[in-house]
Design a protein around this ligand. Structure first.
Ligand code: PLP
Length: 429
């Protein structure tokens, strides 16, 4: 039997790659085309314009690159920096670790600022480094907006504030792989110089397209940056942009049509509504896992007058009583939640059991948190009832592996929250 497709649906809750909407799958189900015909450049022009909206930039220049997030990292670094350049980079989990490894292998002089896994970037250290750098030896700040391994979201506005406070000219390079199109992201307002994402995350496309957006300052830096680059050289793209043909090499026609439809769906829902939906699904997930239930949704809910203290208490008692890997509320991620399991349980058993018994795909704990956490990805094309299916599955798996959970407890808590907060579907009003 095919493990993914039969019977019923696979419940894909890894934090990327994520579910692809049917409309996108259908849009991509087409023959190849001549990318030099007038049709593909015409479509590319609209894609380049529209993709800027998900970065919230008007001044940025986007590049749609046949690659993954890892290639997008390399594009950001090699186009803006020279070997030996000093950069400050925050290590808070597996993906920031991998980016730092790439930075070191590309021969940058990396000043690593490390935090415990579960914490956000240590911005006090950044401030002290910038304060001590009146000679401006630091050429770039590299930060992962949303660390997918631990479910930690860093505060990019705060980074910009610190850079401005010290009037420091370092480039601000941001990995938005598991944030862009799902979390609040404002490239222009936060003065981000290079932002990047991968198609398989919140855009809900297949893997294979890295989307990189460069500020005018980053484009300027690329004119003197000496890092060796060939495939990722922005210069080649810009040459073809000027000619109006757009592609220095063969794009995936199917992915371009997929991107067109993915963007249309996002704009139809409204980017702000997409972001709010991610917030809602993430809050529902957090409430289910937490023992120490935070009731802030009661305060913000338009239905608050209908809530009773009784309901609050019931949810608090009946949640699963597990810990969030993310150590402070200010870092909670709205795209992925890493759930810490008790020491007598191996979290990879939870992932294995979910897959074997319930056709549920959860994220493994990676590296330092392997065996200690499992991850629930709640990003991309996803709705409330899908999430409830996942939470029901996790509840059953927890019971399977010997964790004393009351079946229905977490799902009940999530239902109570979602029933109070889910808006009508805009297109059906
Ligand atoms: N950055 C983050 C935050 C990620 O979550 C990932 C992958 O999950 C990557 C970078 C690497 O992306 P890719 O696997 O597409 O190369």
């Amino acid at each position: 039997m095919d493990y993914v497709y039969g019977p019923g649906r696979n419940h894909l809750f890894v934090p990327g790659p994520v579910n692809i909407p049917e409309q996108v799958i259908r849009a991509m189900n087409r023959n190849n085309e001549d990318y030099r015909s007038p049709a593909i450049p015409a479509m590319t022009r609209t894609l380049l314009e529209d993709v800027k909206k998900i970065f919230k930039t008007t001044s940025g220049t986007p590049f749609l690159i046949p690659t993954t997030g890892t290639g997008a990292w390399e594009s950001a670094l090699t186009n803006t920096l020279s070997p030996g350049d000093r950069i400050v980079s925050f290590l808070i989990g597996q993906f920031s670790l991998l980016w730092i490894d790439q930075q070191q292998r590309l021969n940058f002089n990396v000043d690593v600022v490390e935090s415990d896994w579960g914490q956000g970037a240590n911005l006090e250290v950044l401030a002290s480094k910038l304060a001590a750098d009146s000679a401006h030896t630091i050429k770039a700040i590299c930060i992962v907006h949303n660390e997918t391994a631990t479910g930690v979201t860093n505060n990019l506005a705060a980074v910009r504030k610190i850079l401005d406070h010290y009037q420091h000219p370092a480039l601000f390079l941001v990995d938005g792989v598991s944030s862009i199109c799902a979390l609040d992201f404002r490239m222009d307002e936060w003065g981000i110089d290079v932002a990047l994402t991968g198609s398989q995350k919140a855009l809900s496309l297949p893997t294979g397209m890295g989307i990189v957006c460069a500020s005018p300052k980053a484009l300027e830096a690329s004119k003197t940056a000496k890092s060796l680059r060939v495939f990722f050289d922005w210069k080649d793209y810009l040459k073809f942009y000027k000619m109006g043909t757009f592609w220095p090499y063969t794009p995936s026609i199917q992915l371009l049509y997929g991107l067109r439809t993915a963007l249309d769906l996002i704009f139809e829902e409204g980017l702000d509504n997409v972001i709010a939906r991610h917030g809602r699904l993430a809050k529902a997930t957090r409430q289910v896992i937490l023992f120490d239930f935070s009731c802030d949704f009661f305060r913000s809910s338009p239905y608050r007058k209908y809530h009773t203290l009784n309901l609050k208490c019931r949810i608090a008692v009946e949640a699963w009583g597990l810990k969030n890997c993310t150590q402070k509320e200010e870092w909670y991620s709205d795209t992925v939640t890493a759930v810490v399991v008790p020491p007598y349980i191996d979290s990879s058993e939870i992932v294995k059991r979910g897959w074997q018994r319930y056709n549920l795909s959860l994220g493994l704990g990676l590296n330092k948190v392997a065996g200690k956490v499992f991850r629930i990805g709640h990003l991309g094309n996803l709705n409330e009832l899908q999430l409830l299916g996942c939470l029901a599955g996790v509840e059953m798996v927890l019971k399977d592996v010997g964790y004393p959970v009351k079946l229905g407890s977490g799902v009940g808590a999530a239902c109570a929250f979602l029933q109070n907060t889910t808006p009508l579907i805009a297109s059906r009003i």
